[in-house]
Write a protein that binds this ligand. Structure first.
Ligand code: DQA
Length: 155
């Protein structure tokens, strides 16, 4: 079964009351519920976690790599600053999709740079909670395709 770790970085525990004009009114447990429903529909297994601490995110990315799991990550502000998270993604080998609720490219200049985009399979941003569902679907497809390619040919 395909396993995906959905990881959330700093301040995402405040969703629902944090700048609702930017991030919407849905809180993180509500987003988790949507993600779980999507995972069930895909037949995928997920873990869903949040931390305000960079090292926790690094540990969890490494864990995904060891388990052969994929990663969907909203690294919050660490997206724009963290070489440690970038190195964890590159070093763990866990296929990763970077996501954001907001369209970071339509916001302040400092949000336009991502340290993790170059080591991710792709980036999804600007769709609110739907970014999580699109991210899960994307990484699931990538992992299914890679598993098929890895199978020895029968003819
Ligand atoms: C965010 C965008 C980041 O720039 C910001 O620091 C966040 C949330 C988003 O989901 O839109 O914390 O990752």
């Amino acid at each position: 079964m395909i396993t995906v770790h959905v990881l959330n970085g700093p301040n995402l525990n405040l969703l629902g009351r944090r700048e609702p004009n930017v991030y919407g009114s849905m809180n993180l447990p509500e987003i988790e519920q949507l993600v779980r429903e999507k995972a069930d529909a895909l037949g995928a297994s997920i873990t869903f976690r949040q931390s305000n601490h960079e090292g926790h995110l690094v540990d969890w990315i490494q864990e995904a790599g060891v388990q052969g799991a994929g990663v969907v990550i909203n690294a919050g502000a660490y997206t724009h600053t963290s070489i440690a998270i970038r190195d964890a993604i590159a070093g763990s080998g866990a296929p990763t999709v970077e996501i954001h609720l907001s369209n970071v490219h339509a916001r302040e200049g400092f949000r336009h740079r991502s340290f993790i985009a170059p080591v991710s399979v792709g980036v999804i941003c600007g769709f609110g909670p739907m970014s999580y569902l699109l991210g899960l679907e994307a990484i699931h497809r990538v992992m299914v395709e890679r598993a098929q390619q890895a199978k020895p040919s029968t003819h």
